[in-house]
Design a binder for this molecule. Structure first.
Ligand code: ZN
Length: 334
């Protein structure tokens, strides 16, 4: 199988004919699987309005823009397609060959398949087999992209954007342009409901100029203010690092701060919400004073909380960020 970037052989050659026969066969089984799961779910496969939507935005943006489409249902179907392809040992190389063939036809129906294919391609490329599927894997996972894959469609835009903000804050010292710093602030206020869509758009517009001027680090903040919170989380994280290997483990910890373990039930007990607990949580939230988390842990324990996840999270060394799931749990935020 050729390398991804090589593309099909020259047309008119016997190699091309052989490639076409093989790839058409793979395309047939791919469309068969996709059709099967959409039909089973009683859904129409989304057909992106323009060829650009089939290539990006990442992981479902084009499909989510389809009127009347339930993004949760669509995510479930995509997951089933992906599991099926994975069981059939379809890999990114196979998908890439099919992609070359699909790109030759720009009809809406093929754009729909291309869209599904791109989703599957990214998932497989990102190490789909290593995605967390248990509580323990979630705790141990060091790949924010896989964790975000798992959270897709299940969590609030607020928390996703706060994760993007937390990633940007990690490289705050490199965001030398005032507009970049402002974009991060606006993203945070938007997540918290104190900035409007218009503010987010205005910040994004300013960032388009910064991206050109500032080379690498401008786009980090630009991702925080894109319309889709999913994209903000994924791409701010992807771009915000000095040393990628070091940063992804910190980002994985930040995700575990903002999102509770999705494989365990989030505890909630109104008896824990004593005036001391509420006052402490509010203070931490308003002052961003996460060094007080162990004190909150003690107050929760005094109030009768014995949940190991809650107490361990309060007492862990960090990092914590705005949107921390324990603080949110106490304050009733999502
Ligand atoms: Zn936390």
């Amino acid at each position: 199988m050729p390398c991804f970037s090589s593309g099909p052989p020259n047309t008119g050659t016997s190699e091309y004919e052989a490639w076409l026969t093989d790839t058409r066969r793979m395309l047939d089984s791919f469309t068969h699987v996709v059709d099967y799961y959409y039909r089973k779910a009683g859904m129409e496969m989304p057909e992106p309005a323009s060829p650009d939507d089939a290539h990006g935005p990442p992981d479902g943006g084009g499909a989510q823009a389809t009127p009347g489409l339930d993004p949760d249902e669509n995510a479930r179907v995509l997951q089933q397609v992906l599991l099926h392809l994975d069981c059939d040992d379809v890999n990114v190389f196979h998908l890439n060959e099919i992609r070359h063939l699909l790109r030759q036809d720009r009809a809406a129906r093929w754009r729909g398949y291309l869209h599904v294919l791109n989703h599957c391609f990214r998932a497989l490329r990102n190490g789909f087999r290593d995605r967390p599927t248990t509580g323990t894997m979630w705790v141990e996972c060091g790949n924010p992209a896989l964790m975000l894959d798992h959270l897709r469609g299940k969590v609030s835009g607020r928390k996703l954007r706060l994760f993007a903000v937390a990633c940007c804050r990690r490289v705050q010292h490199l965001l030398v342009d005032e507009r970049s710093q402002d974009a991060v602030e606006v993203a945070e206020r938007f997540a918290e409901g104190t900035a409007a869509v218009g503010d987010l758009e205005a910040a994004a517009k300013r960032m388009r100029k910064v991206g050109k001027l500032r080379g690498y680090y401008g786009p980090v903040a630009a991702w925080a203010v894109v319309p889709s919170a999913e994209d903000a989380a994924r791409y701010a994280a992807w771009n915000a690092f000095v040393d990628r290997d070091d940063e992804i483990s910190v980002q994985a910890d930040l995700l575990r701060c903002i999102f509770p373990n999705p494989f365990r039930t989030v505890p909630a007990d109104s008896r824990w919400l004593t005036s001391t607990v509420l006052c402490l949580a509010r203070g931490i939230y308003e002052d961003r004073a996460f060094d007080r988390m162990p004190i909150l842990g003690d107050a929760l324990e005094d109030a009768g909380c014995a949940d190991v996840d809650v107490l361990a999270h309060c007492r862990r060394a960090g990092p914590h960020a705005l949107g921390c799931w324990v603080v949110d749990l106490v304050l009733g935020l999502n």
